[in-house]
Design a protein around this ligand. Sequence first.
Ligand code: TXA
Ligand code: MG
Length: 338
Amino acid sequence: MNTRILSASAEHIQEVGVLLRNGELVAVPTETVYGLAANALDGAAVSRIFEAKGRPQDNPLIVHIDMLDTLSMLSADVPDTAYTLAQAFWPGPLTIIVPKSDRVPTEVSAGLQTVAVRMPSHPIAREIIRAAGVPLAAPSANLSGSPSPTTAARVAADMDGRIAAIVDGGACEVGVESTVITLVGERPRLLRPGGITKEQLEAVIGAIDVDPAVIEPLANDREAASPGMKYQHYAPRADVTLIDADAAQFAAFVNAQAGDGAMALCFDDETDGVAIPFLTYGARADEDAQARRVFEALREADDRGATRLFAACPRAEGVGLAVYNRLLRAAAFKVVRL
Ligand code: TXA
Ligand code: MG
């Protein structure tokens, strides 16, 4: 298949709407990361997403909508809290899990009785949903297991030849995927940290639970609340280790690892004294910059031939919790605390 790379002209948006209605796959920019979209109401189209990504069949997809009304089509039983959250955070990087309706094909929910829904804020994503005239199921547009793509070029590196088109909307603003919260269960529970922080959510709906899998490996005997949390994720080819240390300790540690493709992933303001090849991913105190940079930096490490990547450990607060969560998974939970 010849994958077209399209600008977001009005004409291209209309074309993409037709492709999606016809069951094709198109990568679209969102404010978080690029998504690999298909018509969410068409089970056959949705199953092509799993093929293109090599995604495990039991990992459900997020449905992207442009109007609040669509939520009640996707869920027969929308909790009040969903509307409260939507009012506060939509459009934006928050995914809300609610009981699913019969309109949602089992391919989308991967057999669960729930559906994950989000209204993105990216203007191009919204225009594409409108042009398609249907809600769009879209996981991140990377091969399963790889770092999520935040530019069209990174989507093309993974998806060229596998999908009909990629719409180039430039670099994504948030850089990590949406926050996922489930409203199915006794208390709202954070399943994946993202662009909307736990603190922001609690300011609107009160205390929420945090799923242990956010910062711990899933115990073997525990079923994943969010099936995506079972899999090793976001990993570059390089073997990643997180280093929880101050600047001087970090430099001393990485310098002792010199050679054999060792590379450091540093904070912008803490590269002094690092004597091995390095990349940076934002200043220590700038979690927003870290989120924007982290996936791109992991892919750059591969481009530069790193085989072992030692990453400075972010602060696990605010948006930093999302950055920490992604790097922990990239590192398969290997953390050195100094
Ligand atoms: O920012 C984002 O959320 C991006 C953009 C494209 O919107 N999408 C994204 O999709 O990150 P994906 O498929 O890479 O991650 C979706 C996560 C997975 O961990 C999946 O297991 C979880 O959401 N999920 C989806 N539906 C679920 C459900 N019904 N119950 C529990 N977890 C669900
Ligand atoms: Mg993903």
